[in-house]
Design a protein around this ligand. Structure first.
Ligand code: GGG
Length: 349
């Protein structure tokens, strides 16, 4: 099985290196090919998603992605900005379903921003739509006829886009606690009213799942007030991006949340990445927490390679390392990225 490694920018190469070490330790029949993406690719080739990187991503059985984002590219226009590589990969590969599990690992209650008894209840999956919404709508910046600078991003969803992500969320809920909360802003947005209508239609096929709807502002509040009420959250691209960062702090650190980007319920050609970005302020210093990327590698094994036992082995090793006290800086500890990888590897063996 071929795994494409796209480490990207900032801390991406450091955390992907640790996840690779963990995958290699499993004694599975895996091969790895690496390619440039993001700012690193822009500086080397003039484009953040060079054709050879896209070709590798399409050819591989699964992709392990690090992070993109490079302040030296901040003045560039689309499509040259590093982040555009990530959006283009998702679109090109049709990866519309983003699964973002947020779980409090044992012993991390002290790292959570929530009171320990509330933090302990965190065990949810955010199902984020990934190839629509304002991220992909018509966008522009221009000077209006009366001389003002104006920018816009068009938010739109078509019913088939909502239906297919809703099906993924209901399937996920069916396999978990059968509780699904769909998050929108239907009191203000037309897209959200369509979203709500379509989610209600899909719900008819899943009578065993309890569906509720929540406005995104209330969901943000409920995530810190009473996160235990959530099992599966279904939401759009923008709201999902924001809510999952928020959920990560409730679970101890953004360095703990993995993700899977899939074409559908099956994991064919899936892409796996930590939800965090490139963190240029700590890049190259060995300060990053590799757990989110290591846990993304576990999701890769589960969803794309049908290796459930190996996935659980990695998750158990991360958990055991944390229980034994292994902590990077973001979790209040002193371990370097490599030392945290070592701790997970030690727990694996
Ligand atoms: N590993 C995630 C990452 O690199 N994030 C940077 C970014 O551009 N994120 C936008 C998004 O996830 O939609």
């Amino acid at each position: 099985m071929l795994i494409a490694l796209l480490p990207g920018d900032g801390i991406g190469p450091e955390v992907v290196a640790e996840a690779r070490r963990v995958l290699e330790a499993l004694d599975l029949d895996l091969s790895f090919e690496e390619a440039l993406v993001g700012g690193a690719a822009y500086h080397a080739t003039g484009h953040p998603l060079p054709p050879e990187t896209l070709a590798l991503a399409k050819r591989a059985d699964a992709i392990l992605f690090g992070a993109v984002g490079d302040p030296t590219c901040d003045t560039l226009e689309r499509p040259l900005r590093p982040e555009q590589a990530l959006l283009a990969l998702r679109k090109e590969l049709g990866l519309f379903a983003n699964l973002r599990p947020a779980t409090l690992f044992p012993g991390l209650e002290d790292a959570s921003t929530l009171r320990p008894e509330i933090a302990a209840e965190i065990d949810m999956v955010i199902v984020r739509e990934l190839t629509g919404d304002v991220y992909f709508g018509e966008k522009a910046r221009h000077i209006t006829s009366d001389g003002r600078r104006e920018g816009y991003d068009r938010m739109s969803y078509a019913e088939d886009e909502v239906r297919r992500i809703a099906i993924v969320a209901f399937e996920m809920a069916k396999r978990r606690e059968r509780i699904l909360c769909s998050v929108d802003k239907a009191n203000v947005l037309e897209t959200s009213q369509l979203w709500r209508d379509v989610v209600n239609e899909v719900a008819a096929d899943y009578p065993e799942v309890t569906l509720t709807h929540m406005y995104v502002d209330n969901a943000a509040m409920q995530l810190v007030r009473n996160p235990g009420q959530f099992d599966v959250i279904l939401t759009g691209n923008l709201f999902g991006d924001i809510l999952s960062d928020q959920a990560s702090m409730c679970a101890g650190s953004i360095g703990m949340l993995p993700s899977a980007s899939l074409r559908a319920w099956s994991g064919e050609n899936g892409m796996y990445e930590p939800i965090h970005g490139s963190a240029p302020d700590i890049a190259g210093q060995g300060k990053a927490n590799p757990c989110a990327t290591i846990l993304s590698a576990a999701m890769l094994l589960r969803h794309s390679l049908d290796q459930e036992a190996a996935a659980q082995r990695i998750e158990a090793a991360v958990s055991a390392a944390l229980v034994a006290g292994a902590r990077t800086l973001d979790l209040g500890g002193t371990l370097s990225t490599r030392a945290m990888g070592d701790a997970v590897l030690a727990a694996l063996n």
